[in-house]
Design a protein. Structure first.
Length: 180
C-alpha cells in the first residue's frame, strides 16, 4: 500500500494578483521601457505620383419602357440591362410576359435568346456578360412556365452594336429574340 506524503504548501505568486474587474482607468504599474539605441536617419526615397486615371462616364439611365423593336413587333422587343448587370428589370416584365404568352400559344415553336453588351470591357468579358444576360432572360421565362428545352441562349458580346457613342450605350446592353 503506498504511503501518502504530506503536501508542501505552495508559496503565493509574486507580483499583482487579479482580483476581478477593475475600475475604468486602472492600470497596473509597469516599469518604464528603456530607450533603444539611436537609429540613424536615412533619406526617404521619393515616389513619383501615379497618373490619375479618369473614371468611366456614368451611363445614362435606361428608358423606363423598351422602345419598339426594329421589326415593329412589340411582342419580341429587346430587353435592356443596366451597365455591367444581367438582372432582368421589373420594367421588362410586360415584354417577357408577352413572349411567354406567345410561346404558350405556339407550343411547337422555339426561341433563341441572344445577349449583347456595349463596347466597354474586354471581348472575353463581354461575351460572358452577354451570355449571362441571355440566361437570366431564359430563367425568367422558365419561372413563367416555359420549358428550357424550347429556348436556346447565345451571346454576341459587343458585336452588332446599335449605339453611335457613349450616350447610346444603353441600346447595346440588350437581349434580342429570334423565333424558330
Amino acid at each position: 500500500m503506498p504511503v501518502e506524503r504530506p503536501r508542501e504548501p505552495v508559496p503565493p505568486p509574486e507580483g499583482p494578483r487579479e482580483t476581478g474587474p477593475q475600475p475604468p482607468g486602472f492600470a497596473p504599474e509597469q516599469p518604464p521601457i528603456p530607450p533603444g539605441p539611436p537609429v540613424p536617419e536615412q533619406p526617404v526615397p521619393s515616389i513619383p505620383p501615379e497618373p490619375l486615371v479618369p473614371e468611366p462616364p456614368v451611363p445614362p439611365e435606361l428608358p423606363a419602357e423598351n422602345p419598339p423593336s426594329v421589326a415593329g413587333d412589340s411582342t419580341f422587343a429587346a430587353v435592356h440591362f443596366e451597365y455591367d448587370r444581367w438582372e432582368v428589370r421589373d420594367a421588362d416584365g410586360e415584354t417577357l410576359g408577352r413572349i411567354a404568352a406567345w410561346l404558350c400559344e405556339h407550343p411547337d415553336r422555339r426561341l433563341t435568346i441572344t445577349g449583347y453588351c456595349d463596347p466597354r470591357g474586354t471581348g472575353e468579358y463581354n461575351l460572358a456578360l452577354g451570355l449571362r444576360r441571355a440566361q437570366a432572360v431564359r430563367d425568367w421565362l422558365e419561372q413563367a412556365g416555359i420549358e428550357t428545352v424550347r429556348t436556346d441562349t447565345a451571346t454576341r458580346g459587343e458585336e452588332d452594336t446599335l449605339s453611335k457613342g457613349p450616350d447610346d450605350y444603353w441600346r447595346d446592353r440588350r437581349v434580342e429574340f429570334s423565333r424558330q
